[in-house]
Design a protein around this ligand. Structure first.
Ligand SMILES: [Zn+2]
Length: 156
């Protein structure tokens, strides 16, 4: 519903381009940037991600813990590790990961040589330092449990 309304607004403005006075052309360019961003994000088929992205970009004041920068969505988090950071520390903003990219990010935080197939908790801590998505902990637990390399180590 909200997605449709917003799409309509954007299209309406775009459609009225020919009638926009010069004084408003700068505003139109801002809109154009937004359209480009939205079409990039629409490559994702994650309806939760798209819906949230839409809500935050439409009404940022109502979502103070969410932020969109350069087409990427961030969520403000206060995890245990973050308590020592200053309130305005950038590291408190976690990159929100759409469904399609979660495996890649999990691999980065578990399989990379520096990650060294650490257990569930440590893998989650690494992930939570930088990333966010709903039920992330469950996904980490699943991923680690199913990791072939970890299974082989346990068998040996
Ligand atoms: Zn592993």
């Amino acid at each position: 519903m909200e997605l449709e309304e917003h799409t309509y607004t954007v299209e309406h403005r775009k459609g009225s381009l020919n009638h926009v006075p010069d004084a408003l052309s700068r505003i139109y360019k801002e809109d154009e940037k937004e359209i480009t961003t939205l079409s990039l994000m629409s490559n994702s088929e994650d309806t939760w991600y798209l819906g949230t992205y839409e809500k935050v970009s439409k009404d940022p004041k109502n979502y103070p813990n969410w932020n969109i920068r350069s087409g990427q969505m961030y969520r403000f988090r206060l995890d245990t590790e973050d308590k020592n950071l200053a309130d305005d520390d950038e590291r408190k903003w976690k990159l929100v990961v759409p469904r399609e990219q979660r495996t890649m990010v999990l691999r980065e935080c578990h399989d990379e040589p520096t990650a060294a197939h650490l257990g569930r908790e440590k893998t989650y801590d690494r992930l939570a330092e930088r990333y966010f998505w709903p039920k992330m902990y469950t996904d980490v637990a699943d991923y680690v449990r199913k990791c072939k390399t970890c299974q082989q180590i346990k068998v040996e």
